[in-house]
Design a protein around this ligand. Structure first.
Ligand SMILES: C[S@@+](CC[C@H](N)C(=O)[O-])C[C@H]1O[C@@H](n2cnc3c(N)ncnc32)[C@H](O)[C@@H]1O
Length: 316
């Protein structure tokens, strides 16, 4: 396929969101800069304050400049982005740290995993959120980490091993067909999406990191995943639906679809990062008013990948 045919000018591409994205000009400007790298300390392998301080000191000595993220425990922002590749560090190979964008923690914070929970991570690979769930529950929940792609499952299993996690079972199903019979009390649907929250802009105004055009049916896949998650979770259980895209058709409209099909309600939760409420209308189509409880995160406001997060409760 001719790659040029797939790339768009960014101003043209994002113009449909001009009235949706706050401080739109700042948003466009921010796309010209790389998103900072972040890492988190893996407390499963580095549990004590003393060892954490020692680890940070070693990283400093190796030339990693970073600052602590006050809002989210154990996360650090790399300040000398261009000079550092976190994945090449020995501390990464040993599983003492894990690199993941800051906003990737938000769906897990919304899920609020606790020791003893039985959790399905429906689209789990390569495992950033599974790893954080394991860390937040001190490896004491049971986490079924599922993904449909074998190549990505390989990366997931490698990450689980590297991070010293023992509480996971990995499975390979299309989420829409994940089998019934396991009484999950929490399910994370970190859905495949167009990834607009990751897009950056090249020197000629071309969009970088844009995925292929074979994703046209994403909203229907996302709806299938979310409805199945609802049917799998126990009554009273929690589902978190998240994407790293801006498109309301992959976000609010998917949750709106669930609210029309099933007895579900949106829940509020305390966000550590600034957000904008979900929208209740797009291109003339009204969504359920409670969608304002979902949360939109924009790259230029959080200096991380843009995200959408909705916390949902199964009522009956
Ligand atoms: C946004 S990524 C997940 C990232 C992951 N949660 C993490 O934190 O590392 C979406 C994942 O969904 C998987 N996927 C796509 N379609 C799927 C389906 N129908 N069922 C299950 N997984 C699917 C993809 O292979 C991809 O790994």
């Amino acid at each position: 396929m001719n790659l040029k045919k797939r790339t768009f000018n960014y101003e043209e591409y994002f113009s449909k969101y001009e009235n949706l994205i706050p401080n739109y000009e700042n948003f466009l400007f921010s796309l010209k800069f790389p998103i900072p790298q972040y890492f988190r300390i893996n407390t499963l392998k580095v549990p004590t304050k003393e060892d954490q301080e020692y680890l940070l000191e070693i990283l400093r000595k190796k030339g990693v400049n970073f600052e602590k993220i006050e809002e989210i425990p154990y996360f650090y922002r790399v300040l000398n982005n261009e000079e550092i590749s976190l994945g090449n560090l020995e501390e990464y190979s040993l599983g003492l740290i894990h690199s993941m964008t800051l906003s990737s923690s938000l769906p897990v914070i919304a899920l609020d995993p606790k020791p003893g929970d039985l959790i399905l991570d429906m689209c789990a690979a390569p495992g950033g959120k599974t790893g954080l769930i394991a860390m937040m529950t001190e490896d004491k929940a049971i986490v079924v980490s599922n993904d449909k792609r074998i190549d990505r499952l390989t990366a997931l299993v490698a990450n689980i091993k590297r991070l010293g996690i023992t509480c996971t079972i990995t499975t390979r199903y299309r989420g829409e067909h994940f089998p019934f019979g396991i009484p999950f009390n929490k399910i994370l649907v970190d859905a495949p999406c167009t990834g607009e929250g990751r897009y950056r802009v090249g020197l000629e105004g071309e969009i970088l990191y844009q995925k292929g055009s074979g994703k046209a049916n994403l909203p229907s896949i996302q709806k299938g995943l979310l409805v199945r998650a609802f049917d799998l979770v126990e009554p009273g259980g929690i589902i978190v639906y998240s994407t790293c895209t801006i498109n309301p058709k992959e976000n609010e409209e998917v949750v709106d679809y669930l609210l029309r099909k099933r007895q579900a309600e949106l829940l509020d939760w305390e966000s550590p990062l600034p957000f904008h409420p979900g929208i209740t209308e797009w291109e003339g189509k009204p969504y359920h008013p409670s969608l304002k409880l979902s949360k939109r995160y924009y790259t230029h406001e959080i200096q991380a990948v843009g995200f959408f997060v909705a916390k949902i409760k199964r009522i009956n």
